[in-house]
Design a protein. Structure first.
Length: 414
């Protein structure tokens, strides 16, 4: 019987490496301390394998054929994928895979009624696996890694109870389908609040983040299942906040446990709230801890209501990300590249005019909108990508928009 020996939920905001040195000193301190504490706990647990549930940000599949879960079976996992390296501003890395555990996950989940997809070749990793791998320095350890990339942005969006059930099945797979004595660590990589590709690209919902971290540390899974709704997450950042479902899967696997919260950091340039929770696996929850009131859900999600997965512009963006030669040609001969795709007239016109609002109204996926902006305006960590974000947001709002005036700083853990 294999054993879960470590479980945590972490953020993977892309700026946590490439933009970290430019952040205020207290923000930097939170990030370094947060990941240092997690690394110490991980090494102390002596795991044989770390299973990372992270979000696939439309990096590996096309919207019209998009798996809810994609398991990486490669013997070695290398990252980040070429196009994301400049944006993340990070070094290359390689971590050891564990094909046997990946196979057991794939078989075990499907036998338990959860449709999974798997790939033996190296997956395309962006911040989902790269940020925690580099901050935890996994390539300096003997811990093997199995990445499981999860849909968090292509409708139909996953529900909390569905992800929790995945976690419960994960626990069963580990206990009954994996070798006796195997020590398994679990990491949920995603969030916190953010809206990549939307008009609120700069927005961070501090109130949601602090509530969510308290909730995940409280051991109150009944409250989590009742209150952590898709509508609440989308209200706090459409197409991004839902990444915290990776944490829900880990919570489902370990059952109700108390957690230790890191300090919380809010820095506008990260475009995402930052905080982590490390769960205590040594004791079951007796009385759940109190959690602050999350407030009402007052808005309905609208960002993905027009989404049309059949648009040829989705293929254009995916191909540009995956093919450096095509990307170089697009930079100098855009019309020629657009001619290769069966774009609708209004679709092509919106691209040519950099009219992201019209493109979204046609049904273009907002997450790919952020990536298209970087393909057009610049992809470098910091200045280039931030200029692209500003141009995107200006188009979506129909006017020049100032950056979000955030309540920046550090909130000490409870």
């Amino acid at each position: 019987m294999a054993e879960i020996v470590f479980a945590a939920g972490v953020p993977h905001a892309p700026g946590l490496i490439g933009l970290l040195d430019a952040a205020p000193a207290d923000i930097q301190s939170v990030i370094h301390r947060m990941y240092a504490d997690l690394r110490t706990a991980l090494l102390a647990a002596r795991p044989d394998v770390l299973i990372i549930f992270g979000n696939d940000h439309l990096a590996n599949s096309r919207p019209r054929a998009y798996p809810d879960f994609l398991i990486g079976m490669a013997p070695v996992h290398s990252g980040p994928y070429e196009w994301y390296r400049e944006w993340l501003g990070c070094r290359n890395y390689q971590v050891k895979g564990n094909p046997a555990v990946a196979e057991a996950l794939f078989r075990g989940f499907n036998r338990r009624g959860h449709r999974m997809h798997a790939q033996r070749e190296n997956l395309r990793f962006d911040d989902n696996v790269s940020i925690p791998s580099l901050h935890l320095r996994l390539d300096e350890t003997d811990i093997t890694v199995v990445p499981v990339l999860q849909n968090c942005t292509v409708p139909p969006l996953p529900q909390t109870d569905q992800c929790y059930a995945i976690g419960q099945s994960l626990a069963d797979v580990i206990a009954n389908d994996m070798p006796a004595g195997l020590r398994v660590a679990l990491l949920g990589s995603g969030g916190l609040s953010h809206e990549p590709g939307g008009a609120r690209y700069w927005y961070i919902d501090k109130d949601f983040d602090l509530w969510f971290m308290e909730l995940m540390a409280s051991g109150d899974h009944a409250k989590m299942l009742a209150d952590l709704t898709v509508a609440r997450m989308e209200q706090s950042g459409s197409g991004g906040t839902l990444e915290v479902m990776a944490w829900v899967i880990v919570a489902g696997a370990i059952g109700p446990r108390y957690g230790t919260q890191s300090d919380y950091a809010l820095h506008t340039n990260f475009k995402c709230g930052i905080g982590a929770v490390l769960w205590d696996l040594t004791r079951q929850v007796g009385q759940p801890l109190a959690v602050r009131d999350p407030g009402p859900v007052t808005t309905e999600p609208t960002l993905l209501t027009a989404f049309d997965p059949s648009l040829a512009s989705h293929d254009l963006v995916q191909d540009l990300k995956w093919d450096p030669a095509l990307r170089a040609r697009f930079a100098t001969h855009e019309a020629e590249i657009l001619d290769r795709y069966a774009l609708r007239p209004d679709e092509r016109q919106a691209i040519e005019r950099r009219d992201f609002r019209s493109l979204y109204d046609i049904g273009f996926h907002p997450y790919l909108g952020g990536q298209l902006a970087r393909l057009i305006y610049g992809n470098t960590a910091g200045k280039g990508a931030n200029f692209a974000v500003q141009k995107l947001v200006d188009s979506l709002r129909g006017q020049a928009a100032d950056s979000f005036a955030a309540d920046e700083g550090v909130t000490a853990k409870a």
